[in-house]
Design a protein around this ligand. Structure first.
Ligand code: IMP
Ligand code: MG
Length: 173
């Protein structure tokens, strides 16, 4: 059967880069205890691997938001479906997501975290699609910059499928 998915990055390539990012974050936040705020559901595989690649003390929290409908284009509206469960007052936050596309999600969530009293918010995404940006924001830590492909796997979905692929692929229906 023909698959609509072409491999963009293998599991080995992802693993190597995520481990590098983990080491870099550990050095950057040495002596501090950052809160890793992960965005469900897309960030899950990246978040789990990144956290385990970090060698410093950290805390974990999650939020769930949605900006996409079921398709391949953003709805342009953000809904918070699950809020933080513990205080982030005066904490250093590393906001972890799968991808920055238009920037809407992370722009709004960063504002939200600052309003909740965070001392500092830095953004870490596995992927960055800078050519799609509509909001004045940029990730502070990036795994890979990619062109305007629609990608799936390693957390990223098309209509909720393919999140469990261990690699990253380009989806062309
Ligand atoms: P933004 O708010 O436009 O930056 O979009 C962020 C969200 O859109 C991500 O967390 C993903 O859920 C989704 N998204 C953006 N690009 C892709 C893609 O290429 N594949 C799958 N999901 C994507
Ligand atoms: Mg999504």
């Amino acid at each position: 059967m023909d698959t609509p998915i072409k491999i963009l990055m293998t599991a080995e390539v992802l693993k190597k880069r995520v481990e590098e990012l983990g080491r870099h974050l550990s050095q950057t936040y040495e002596g501090q205890v950052p809160v890793l705020v992960g965005l469900l559901k897309g960030a899950v595989p990246f978040y789990a691997d990144l956290a385990r690649a970090m060698t410093i003390a950290l805390e974990m929290q999650f939020m769930q938001v949605s900006s996409y409908g079921a398709g391949m284009k953003s709805s342009g509206q953000l809904k918070i479906q699950q809020h933080l469960t513990e205080s982030i007052e005066d904490r250093q936050i590393i906001l972890v997501d799968d991808i920055m596309d238009t920037g809407l999600t992370l722009f709004e969530i960063k504002e939200y975290l600052i309003k909740r009293g965070a001392k500092d918010v830095k953004i870490c995404t596995l992927l960055d699609k800078p050519s799609r940006r509509l909001f004045p924001i940029h990730p502070d830590f990036i795994g890979f910059e990619i062109p305007d492909y629609f990608v799936v796997g390693y957390g990223l979905d098309y209509q909720e499928r393919f999140r469990n692929l261990p690699y990253l692929g380009i989806y062309t229906p």
